[in-house]
Design a protein around this ligand. Structure first.
Ligand SMILES: CSCCC(=O)C(=O)COP(=O)(O)O
Ligand SMILES: [Mg+2]
Length: 229
């Protein structure tokens, strides 16, 4: 019996193109000016110190940190510090109405149905928890944050590491075998499976022939009472 569903965002609830063509450029265009302006104010001061720790460069200047952040954005590095800064910058875009958080049309009805069935819903993304709450708080379908019982980001661990899923199971106090993880990335599903989670892979675009996980094209195809093994 599935008691909790944990969902990825990019490529699962939301189009990768929204993240890569809207969110990432928005943050990239503003990042240098934002960091220069906010470097001595909280929370940016602490985030920059965390980045110094992350790159093992305690004396790194703000200029060097900005260069590092641009290199991280080029390689789509899931750096906790970069994700924290992006999340803060995106807030302005959501509040100004520059964009809304993309949701595939099949997502909201399914989340509502599963919630009504008594299944607790959680989010796990490399995007910061603040960024997750913005995307679902200012989504194409309005504020849907009331559906979620909790949010996890890289503070719980990286998405391809087994320990991250063990941490999530412990924090939500549900046995891994009763948690279903939804993602488009088979390496994330591999890690969740090794932690004992049930898994389903969302194929929103290209096929993934390297995956052994059961695949679906949309949330409507998912019946939590009948998850294929
Ligand atoms: C919270 S939306 C932005 C997601 C993001 O920044 C990102 O890097 C997506 O990473 P994921 O691990 O969710 O694929
Ligand atoms: Mg994804």
């Amino acid at each position: 019996m599935i008691r909790a569903i944990v969902t990825d965002i990019e490529g699962t609830t939301s189009d990768i193109r929204f993240v890569h063509n809207v969110l990432f450029p928005y943050a990239r265009e503003r990042l240098a000016a934002f960091v220069n302006a906010q470097q001595y104010a909280e929370p940016v001061n602490t985030i920059l110190d965390n980045l110094r720790e992350e790159i093992a460069a305690p004396q790194a200047s703000t200029r060097e940190l900005i260069d590092t952040l641009f290199a991280f954005m080029d390689e789509d590095r899931k750096s906790t510090a970069l994700k924290a800064l992006q999340g803060i910058i995106w807030q302005e875009g959501y509040l100004n109405g520059d964009f809304t958080g993309h949701l595939y049309p099949d997502v909201l009805p399914s989340l509502e149905k599963w919630k009504a069935q008594g299944i607790d819903l959680y989010v796990y993304s490399s995007g910061s928890v603040a960024a997750q709450k913005l995307l679902f708080g200012y989504s194409d379908e309005g504020d849907i944050t009331h559906l979620f019982s909790g949010y996890f980001d890289t503070h719980v661990g990286a998405k391809r590491e087994v320990q991250s899923y063990q941490n999530i199971a412990a924090q939500i106090n549900v046995a891994p075998s009763q948690i279903l993880f939804l993602s488009d990335i088979h390496q994330e599903l591999d890690a969740a499976e090794q932690a004992g989670f049930r898994t389903l892979q969302l194929i929103r675009g290209d096929d993934d022939g390297a995956s052994h996980h059961h695949q679906v094209h949309q949330f409507d195809d998912i019946n939590p009472e009948q998850i294929p093994s």
